[in-house]
Design a binder for this molecule. Structure first.
Ligand code: TXE
Length: 486
């Protein structure tokens, strides 16, 4: 039924206008819940990036000199318009990514609006510092916007992560050339239309759709884009760093994770169990912050494992548009196959699949959709590949431990260091364990509770730099120290 339908063509947003790619060629855009093409996205290339960069450069002088109150007002108007279009955006996000509509409505789209509001108001309070040298001299530090910022974002939380980058960059006075993932371009396309409605001056934000190795790479290597902010896979992050490094570009990399979820005997059992359901399988496990390695202290290991398996088997994998679906479809056929390959690897490495581990075939219109059963695997060693590599799907491993030293050693054993979760009612133990975990974020007795003012990011192969709060303004500005002799 899709063959004869006229496919909607998404447009680029360059210099304030919705435009076709110069190549006038397009790429299929899939709806994961039915496994079929439902729209087309521009197959842009470096010529489109050049056009967008020129527009962003032309807009920079005026935008960077626009009073911050005025910049804030435009971004708050954008936030308001996103909220006013919540249902339309949530449906678009769910259709594009495969996530439950309920999740897009509750998390993705409200958080995108919050990102714009947060940075629009934050810029009004952002100040720099002065250092007085008694009566000898006064130093003051200015923090200036840099110019054209390249923002490249992934498919797991499309508008949430796209706006998390462009909001601070724009609020502080930069202009932006942005590339959403070609896997989930639609809400960025809808945002373009709201930018026009909100009165964002032309060229301030430019959104160019297309493939990573063409459009993303063109942004990374463009000589007139001195700042790159990237969220995505560690492999791609390394590729971007190889290009941007020798060009001395400012670089922010938010990459993958293989996050430990550590559950001690003395935890609040019911809270740990119910939250672990989310930290394991929310967004089909496609969140870089998911707790994919679960360590349970031996005293409660079997009780927790059995309760966890039982609750997991109650989860409903279904049409993302059904209100009672807990899990929707994973984002693409290739990603589904990648996740299933890790289940096969786990079995080879000696693991036992306690539940899940297979594709879920739905009926009707969803019969060709890409659905996976939430999966729990036990019996693996902490240092096997399944426990060292990011799977990024609804797959977790569960392992017992005895002592704090042992679990810290296992938790810190991967090349990643993004987020950890700790469950204990012993506050001294909580502080002690949190201090020794190699990760940028530690949650104690909770998960994904986010204060946007806090530094967000990881260590080791989870990335470089921090987003969030004034950390984002520090990244998207250049400090200058001016010392005046008195
Ligand atoms: O990310 P990519 P993908 C992890 C997860 C996933 C893996 C790959 O394990 O399986 O990364 O996912 C653009 N130069 N995460 O393929 O390739 C690309 O077009 C410049 C964790 O989606 O990193 C997209 O816009 N840009 C992550 C963006 O980079 C390039 C969330 C991300 O794509 C490029 C998503 C290049 N050479 C995946 N190649 C998290 N930390 O949340 C691709 N891109």
């Amino acid at each position: 039924m899709f063959q004869n339908r006229i496919m909607e063509k998404i447009a680029n947003y360059i210099n304030g206008e919705m435009v076709a790619p110069i190549s006038n060629t397009y790429i299929d855009n899939f709806n994961p819940s039915i496994g079929a093409v439902y729209s087309l996205i521009p197959d842009s290339d470096e010529k489109d990036i050049d056009l967008a960069t020129k527009a962003a450069q032309a807009a920079f002088p005026l935008w960077s000199k626009t009073p911050k109150e005025k910049r804030a007002r435009v971004l708050q108007k954008l936030a308001y318009l996103i909220e006013a279009n919540l249902d339309r955006f949530a449906e678009a996000e769910s259709r594009d990514n495969g996530k439950p509509l309920s999740l897009a409505k509750r998390v993705d789209i409200p958080r995108a609006a919050a990102n714009f509001n947060f940075y629009a108001t934050g810029v009004l309070h952002y100040a720099s510092e002065a250092h007085q040298m008694e009566d000898i001299a006064i130093n003051y530090t200015t923090r200036e916007p840099i110019g054209v910022c390249g923002c490249i974002s992934p498919w797991n939380l499309p508008l949430y992560l796209f706006s998390w980058k462009i909001a601070p960059a724009l609020a502080i006075g930069n202009t932006v050339v942005a590339k959403p993932s070609e896997v989930t371009p639609y809400t960025a396309f809808l945002l373009s239309e709201l930018c026009i409605e909100a009165g964002l001056p032309k060229g301030v934000l430019n959104i160019v759709h297309g493939l990573g190795h063409k459009v993303g790479a063109a942004i990374t290597k463009h000589p007139d884009i001195p700042v790159i902010s990237f969220t995505g896979g560690t492999v791609t992050g390394a590729e971007i760093a190889r290009t941007a490094g020798p060009m001395f570009k400012k670089l922010s990399l938010e990459l993958g994770g293989k996050n430990p979820n550590i559950i001690f005997d003395d935890c609040d059992f019911e809270n740990a169990l119910s939250t672990t359901m989310h930290s394991s399988f929310a967004n089909q496990g496609q969140i870089c912050l998911c707790g994919s390695r679960i360590f349970v202290q031996r005293g409660i290991y079997e009780k927790f494992r059995d309760a966890f398996v039982e609750k997991t088997q109650e989860l409903i994998v279904g049409n993302p548009f059904d209100a009672d679906s807990n899990l929707g479809a994973v984002v693409s056929q290739s990603h589904m196959e990648k996740v299933l390959s890790y289940v096969a690897l786990a079995k080879e490495e000696g693991g036992t699949v306690l539940t899940g581990g297979h594709q879920v075939k739905l009926e009707g219109e969803q019969e060709n959709g890409w659905y996976l059963a939430p999966t729990i695997i036990e019996g693996l060693s902490f240092d096997c590949r399944t426990n060292q590599e990011e799977i990024f799907g609804p797959v977790v491993t569960i392992m017992p431990f005895d002592t704090v030293e042992e679990v810290l050693y296992m938790a810190n054993s991967t090349k990643y260091g993004l987020a950890s979760t700790v469950w204990t009612q012993d506050i001294t133990k909580a502080h002690n364990v949190a201090a020794q975990l190699h990760s940028g974020i530690v949650w104690v007795n909770t998960w994904l509770l986010r204060d946007l003012r806090t530094p967000f990011g990881g260590v080791k192969a989870s990335g470089v730099g921090r987003e969030g709060g004034f950390n984002a303004f520090e990244f998207f500005t250049e400090p200058k120290n001016i010392c005046i002799k008195l």
